[in-house]
Design a protein around this ligand. Structure first.
Ligand code: 5RP
Length: 223
């Protein structure tokens, strides 16, 4: 049922894609549906777009589906990026990075004229923070960076896969920081960015233009 809601949100957002656009492709199970819908519209309507991707997984999917990718050296900006999120609040602030692609996702979002977020209804919250905040750190001296993260009011947990730290597409680690409710996302963003060793974090503040929400009852709405 949740995957149906994700698909609905994704398909609603893909209605904003127009011929000639440079489109940023997000990462994750909701973006998966958006990428499929873009490919479908290309086949059905002859929609002509070029894409950039926020992860190797979305890049591979785009290539499999015949969506042409454009090198960053050939573009100045992105017309529209469509991406999922782990939490969205009423001010369109997000937690992202559940899939570990937050750095590339933030680069795409911040270079996009329009950024549409696609979520199922379970992701809409009053306050961010129930979902642990993913923080991308360099592996060098990671232990020290993690100790500094632990001095914030959070419990840091290195994301592991098969007994080893999960590696992002950039060769970095993800630390999932359990904050509970985040009272001041702006202040936290600044604190995190001030820690040497932190490459990026999953708070996406004041970047989102539109949020498409899919509901398990088959409806969609914009926040
Ligand atoms: C990946 C992300 C995803 O957009 C986020 O985790 C949501 O994933 P899903 O669409 O699978 O629920 O930020 O880094």
């Amino acid at each position: 049922m949740i995957s149906k809601a994700k698909k609905l949100a994704a398909e609603k957002a893909v209605e904003f894609v127009q011929g000639g656009m440079i489109v940023g492709l997000g990462t994750g199970s909701t973006s998966f549906f958006a990428i499929h819908r873009i490919a479908e519209r290309m086949k059905q309507e002859g929609l002509n777009i070029r894409a950039v991707s926020s992860s190797t997984s979305s890049e591979e999917l785009a290539l499999q589906l015949g969506i042409p990718l454009v090198p960053f050296s050939e573009i100045d900006s992105i017309d529209l990026t469509i991406d999922g999120a782990d939490e969205v609040d009423g001010e369109f602030n997000l937690i992202k990075g559940g899939g570990g692609a937050l750095l590339r996702e933030k680069i795409l979002a911040s270079n996009s004229r329009k950024f549409i977020v696609i979520v199922d209804e379970s992701k809409v919250v009053n306050r961010l923070g129930k979902f642990p905040l993913p923080v991308e750190i360099v592996p060098f001296a990671a232990e020290l960076t993690i100790k500094r993260l632990g001095k914030l009011p959070c419990t840091p947990e290195v994301r592991m896969v098969h007994g080893k730290p999960f590696l992002t597409d950039n060769g970095n680690w993800i630390v999932d920081c359990h904050f509970g409710e985040i009272a001041d996302p702006g202040a936290l963003s600044r604190q995190l960015k001030a820690i040497a060793g932190v490459v990026e974090h999953g708070l996406f503040l004041a970047m989102t233009d539109t949020v498409a929400v899919g509901h398990t009852d088959g409806t969609t709405r914009f926040l």
